[in-house]
Each structure stands twice: as structure tokens, then as C-alpha cells.
Write a protein that binds this ligand. Sequence first.
Ligand code: DC
Length: 236
Amino acid sequence: MNAGRNTSVSRGPVVAIDGPVASGKTSVGREAATRLGLRFLDTGIMYRALTWLALHCGQRVDDDEVMGRLAESCSMSVADAERPAIIIVDGHTLGADDLTSEEIDRNVSAVAAGSAARRALLMQQRAIAADGGIVMVGRDIGSVVLPDADVKLYFEASPEERARRRLQQQKEAGSVLEYQQALADTNLRDRLDSQRADSPLTVPNGAIVINTERLDFAQCVAAVISRIDAGSDAHS
Ligand code: DC
């Protein structure tokens, strides 16, 4: 099931936004979606929820076969009206505290590296996008999940700027993180995301790159909305 270009526009555009950690894609994508009356899905929380479920069930997160079976058998439903989103996985309601814990952060890259788990989540993501009218955010949305999306965007910013943003987010959440540690984490996650064998982070074919380094939040949202408007017009 794919979100086809010709069929989806009448029901609202399909927009793919990819980019590295802390590039702003989730907060900006969500705001742009809200303003345009589109649905929004941050696919990262699906990987996080699957990681939570595996740890909860005592499964090995680095066993591709086991994780694939778990991903195929679990039911996920995302309630993005909450901010940050809540996801219900196999009857467990997970919020920000569950999804962004250190334990999840430590294990989620191994889950995201598993091909079987990725295949199962990809099917769910395509099914969600099939009705059109959605902004979907992740690492492989424009390249693998929705290669025929009406609008494909790729956010970028330097590791230093993204580390500063993470520091700010952590401060607002009441946690103390050193800049050097934030920068090391950012570089590590970039390496894991872009060097994995299956669906690595890359600029998708046909994507418009938005460098968010010197843009504030409102400017990023405006840039995304104008690209979506232009892309939707071009395909209608
Ligand atoms: O964006 P995030 O930090 O919440 O993502 C969590 C993990 O899932 C991270 O390791 C990247 C991975 N991910 C992915 O591989 N593909 C996606 N479409 C979204 C996230």
C-alpha cells in the first residue's frame, strides 16, 4: 500500500520530512501540520514504543527475528493530539517519560537497525499514510517509506547547533547535560543513523533541503508551509 501521488492530493498532500536528531523536524513538522489541518506522525515514537515493549517483555533488542515477530504482532495506535504524543502499544499507554528514558535512548538504535522490525513498522506507516493528508517525520520516510510523497523535505543543521538545541530541551525538562556530552551523543546518533545497512539516514531523491541552522522556529514553520503549498499546487 503506497501513498500514491495522484490519488492522495485530492484527500490532502502526503509530506515526508527526514533529518538527523534535533534538526527540528518533529516540532516544526507538527506545527506546520496543525496549521494546515493535516495529520502528523513522528515515526521515531514507533521505534521507541517497540523498544519499550521488548524491554518490558524481556526480549533481546538486538535479535532481528524476535524483534520482527514482536513488531508484526503488536498493535500500535498513536494519539498525537497530546504533546508530546502518546502511543498505545499492546494495551500499554506510553507517554514522554516512557519513550524518552535513558534506557530507551540506549536501546532504540539497535531496534532501528533490525530489518525485520523495520519492515513491519514500514507496513504500518504506509497504511497510515494511505488516506493522504499527513506530515510524516523520520529518517527514511522520503527515501523508503513514502518515496512517492507529494512533498519531500530534508532538515539539516550542524552537530554543534543540534547539540545546543538538545541542551536547551534537556534544561527545560529539568535535566543537566554538559555541552560536550550533548555533542558526543549527537555525533554518535548521526553515525548510527547514517551508517546502518538498512534504510540509513540520507537525503531522499527529489527532497528539498532546508538548513535550519540560522532559522528560528517560526521561520522554519513558514519555510515548510510554503514548500508544502508549492508542492501540493504542483501535483494537483
Ligand atoms: O527521532 P527519534 O530519536 O525519536 O528516533 C528514535 C530512533 O528510531 C533513532 O534511532 C532513529 C530511529 N528511526 C528510524 O530509524 N527511522 C525512522 N523513520 C524514525 C526513527
